[in-house]
Design a protein around this ligand. Structure first.
Ligand SMILES: Cc1cc2nc3c(=O)[nH]c(=O)nc-3n(C[C@H](O)[C@H](O)[C@H](O)COP(=O)(O)O)c2cc1C
Length: 302
């Protein structure tokens, strides 16, 4: 077993680094620019039961130390996605996870079933898309549990629940999805944000409010990881938000994550994964750490 291998609940990862959903397309169409062999898993963009057109432009804007996005999950729907992407999944040098999104629990389950047939290795449940009007399931423990229950019944694959930093009580939501059968939680999706252009006086996004990601999200997502890890040490966690370096990834491990996802940084540096993993390896060697598992939850109290 190599030093970077790690178990995330029932899933064995060749590396603790995961490519975050929505930042590497459907994975298969990024395989020429991103070296997926350094990742433990790569998560495809979320897919809905029917095709969704997404929001009109502008849908992406730089803001402060990060990025606002209000794409609205533009995607071809699960049938077209499976026909196009399914047959190409086998050539990718890491496991590809699908991501399901919908307006109701039955829709999430329908997509999970389709993704399973298409051949993904696990299903991530996007309970936390910030661009679906009032339907942010991850604000509510019961609404989130209902979705996970239906997805759990629709697939035998491992299931991860992607939660939101906007939840008032992220620990309660994590407990509810774990109880409903999620094998791990992803902490977190983007946080709600907005911005305005002072010359045109227009909002930076057509939908005004969107998801904010990048370096400024890191301490916010880290707090969620810490709180959930403290409350439920047995629940595996994927840390996600603002990762750009090996040091960022190690920080998430110390807070209690078993794996770490990188998202926005892919847009600036598509090959960032290789550098992050190399940095992690160097840190572990210099600290005499022989496995990633030794770092998980390894923060030292004052
Ligand atoms: C342009 C863009 C599109 C995204 N699309 C999705 C998506 O389809 N499904 C999802 O679960 N998360 C989506 N995300 C959220 C990311 O997967 C990630 O959780 C978030 O950006 C925080 O990580 P980061 O700061 O490393 O980007 C998207 C993020 C961005 C920036």
């Amino acid at each position: 077993m190599s030093a970077l291998e790690i178990d995330l609940g029932p899933v064995h990862l060749q590396s603790p680094l995961i490519a975050a959903s929505g930042t590497v397309g459907s994975v298969v169409d990024f395989a020429r620019v991103v070296d997926f062999s350094v990742y433990g898993a790569a998560v495809a963009k979320s897919v809905s039961p029917e095709p969704w057109p997404g929001k009109p432009p502008p849908r992406l804007a730089p803001a402060g130390q990060g990025m606002l996005n209000g794409i609205g999950i533009q995607n071809p729907g699960v049938t077209a996605w499976s026909d196009e992407v399914g047959p190409r999944l086998t050539g990718i040098p890491t496991q590809v996870w699908g991501s399901t999104v919908a307006n109701d629990p039955a829709g999430f389950a329908e997509v999970a079933e389709g993704l399973t047939v298409a051949g993904v290795a696990a299903v991530e449940v996007n309970l936390s898309c910030p661009n679906l009007g009032g339907k942010l399931f991850a604000l509510e423990p019961q609404a989130s549990a209902k979705v996970i229950n239906e997805v759990r019944a629709a697939t035998d694959l491992p299931v991860g629940a992607k939660l939101s930093p906007n939840a008032v009580d992220v620990v309660a939501v994590a407990a509810a999805v774990a109880e409903a059968g999620a094998d791990w939680v992803v902490l977190t999706n983007t946080v709600w944000g907005a911005g305005f252009d002072i010359e045109t006086r227009r909002p930076k996004l057509s939908g005004v409010v969107g998801g904010y990601s990048g370096p400024a999200l890191k301490p916010i997502a880290m707090r969620c990881v810490w709180e959930v890890a403290q409350a439920m040490p047995e629940l595996p966690i994927v840390g996600c938000g603002g990762v750009r370096s090996g040091a960022d990834a190690i920080e998430y491990l110390l807070a209690g994550a078993s794996a770490v996802a990188v998202g926005t940084e892919h847009f600036a540096t598509p090959r960032i994964g290789r550098r992050i993993v190399a940095d992690m390896g160097r840190f572990m060697k210099s600290e005499g750490v022989s496995t990633v598992a030794e770092l998980v939850g390894g923060a030292v109290p004052w």
